[in-house]
Design a protein around this ligand. Structure first.
Ligand code: 5GP
Ligand code: ZN
Length: 122
């Protein structure tokens, strides 16, 4: 927990959010300013700043985070199958477009068509 971190406070319930999922390790909630019909953020409860701050020691929980995000996407309105799908985005650092410095995955879904740009709308 970093004292002034918004997402730490959200994951502890100190600041309200529209919760989608919670377990001992992770917390998921709807983005307050959705960039797509489905826009959910998935975060580790422990404070990690960004993908710029992870090492090989983080590989196992990062793997669990990815698997969980895919499950949450499919259970929360992202259209199924090859014609459906979703995008997982993690903005990292200033030049990566990050605004909240607690690592998070954006689940973006329900938008068709996506532009072919690699950069997300989020
Ligand atoms: P970033 O640019 O850091 O990747 O994305 C931060 C995201 O957090 C943005 O999509 C923004 O809308 C979302 N966000 C910022 N403040 C809040 C908040 O207080 N509650 C929720 N639910 N989302 C927030
Ligand atoms: Zn934090």
């Amino acid at each position: 927990m970093t004292q002034d971190c918004l997402f730490c406070k959200i994951s502890k319930g100190e600041i309200p959010s529209k919760k989608v999922y919670e377990d001992d390790e992770f917390f998921a909630f709807h983005d307050i300013n959705p960039a797509a019909p489905v826009h959910i953020l998935v975060i580790p409860k422990k404070h990690v700043v960004s993908m710029q701050h992870v090492t090989e020691h983080d590989a196992e929980w990062l793997g669990r985070l990815m698997v969980l995000a895919a499950k949450i996407a499919q259970e929360n309105g992202c259209n199924p199958g090859h014609e459906g799908g979703f995008r997982l985005v993690t903005n990292s650092g200033i030049e990566g477009g990050q605004e909240i410095f607690h690592l998070h995955l954006h689940i973006l879904g329900g938008t068709r068509p996506w532009s072919n740009r690699a950069a997300p709308a989020a």
